[in-house]
Design a protein around this ligand. Sequence first.
Ligand code: HEM
Length: 508
Amino acid sequence: MDFVLAVVVCFLGLILALPVLKRRKTFRRISYYIDRLPGDQWYPLVGSVAGLFGLKREDLFQAMANRHLRLGPIFRSWYGSLPVVHVYKPEHVQVIMKSNTNVNKGLFYRYLFPWLGQGLISGSGPKWRMHRKIITPSFHFKILDSYGEIFAEKGASLAKYFAGYEGKGFVEVTGDLTKIGLDIITETAMRIKLDILEGNNSQGVEYANAIMSFLQMTYKRVINPLYKIDSFFKFTAAGRESERCQNIIHNFNQHIIQSRKKFLDAQGGLGTEEEDELGRKKKVSFLDMLLNYQRTNPFGDEEIEEEVSTFMFGGFDTTTATLTYAFAALGNHPEYLARVQEELDEIFSDDPTRKVTPQDVARMDYLDRVVREVLRCFCFVPFIYRNLDEDIEIAGYTIPSGANLAISLYNLHHDPDHYPEPYNFDPDRFLPENCAKRHPYAFVPFSAGPRNCLGQKFAMRNVKTLLASVLREYNIKCQQPLEDMKYTIEIVLRPVNGLHVAFERRRK
Ligand code: HEM
């Protein structure tokens, strides 16, 4: 009997030990390959990123970007015990972005789970594939056309709002741009009108602040090895702040979802298309489509909330950042602002005050080049990460499965081999003849391949409509010279002291 018991205990012990042994074997294999790459000295506990500790908020991002110049074009880091390989050359970026197998997100994205769950941005595996298939039609060009009216209306509201700043000197605008960004994503994708810019919704402002604060706490987790331990982090001040923000975000998301659910329930659901005010057929928007799908398919409430959170974030923070940096660039370069206004004056020569249409936006070639240069020069989504499912070869090195791969879009977009004088702002880099000479992966602000940004067309149309609405009305000046701007990294790069802009009306 004792013998049988001993055999059973040994057997169970072996079963329990197997995953640990397997993990150790995998870890050894990863270490073997990635330690062949150049990189900083490794120390126990902190790994090889000790140089990033204790840096001020405004110095951290620059230090991260500078490491690429010192160690690149391909190198390794140990974030504590987490191995990461860094790349930024277009030919290396192409290998990973084109891959249909290495599509899973890096382990850092797990810090976003309490907020975004496994929505499209942070999710991986079969769930991501299924969600991507379900959601893609709600960003079809037909629905984007119908959003054109909302973009134009919000552009007009923003231009009207800035009238209050005339004659007031330099005014901080990132708060206003955040509000308009939130108003647009909720009114288009969620079909809920909030009017946060007009001051009708203080909950919206609290929500945006909670997201910013949550992101600041998240970056602390990426850098500080102790904060990576969930059971430790939750007792720190940063952990408690993170939880406070999560509650605000959850309540706001639920307010949006429940309001729309009530509306749809009252109608008995929707088809895959609905009619607009003029009787034209259009595809239903994002949240309606998900709620509709849920009526006949297994799709949990939690999954809906994950995607609402994901699209709220994807939709507003990036719009705000693009507008902010476009104001920074044009407010420092009157010569480019004049060219934008010349183009707009011609497009709106029939009536300079009418609303912007999608047809107008399609004619804004110069503004398009300005926005692309903004996305390159300020590259406010600077790093993205993958976790490899399969080994890949880059620059003669094997990057083993299980390793994390960081792509620095920022360094890619500032590589002097592809962009001479890379820190200068110059929209003509995006003249068709100049683009034709560059590597196809030298400009990928929306990423590329199977995990590319689902909102890129939405973003371009939205931002161009808003900029056109404001810039045909105002001359702008920015207080901070571009070369003095410092950034803080909170997934998205933000100017440390906000952005101060002066507005002067062009036509009295
Ligand atoms: C100028 C504005 C924008 C920029 C620069 C941008 C950039 C990016 C980048 C770099 C990624 C890849 C992220 C990664 O691999 O970790 C991404 C993914 C994504 N973006 Fe955007 N984005 C913008 C606007 C938007 C908008 C307006 C939306 C929604 C309305 C959106 C929704 C998404 C989604 C859902 C994904 C995940 C796609 C997937 O993995 O299947 N983005 N974006």
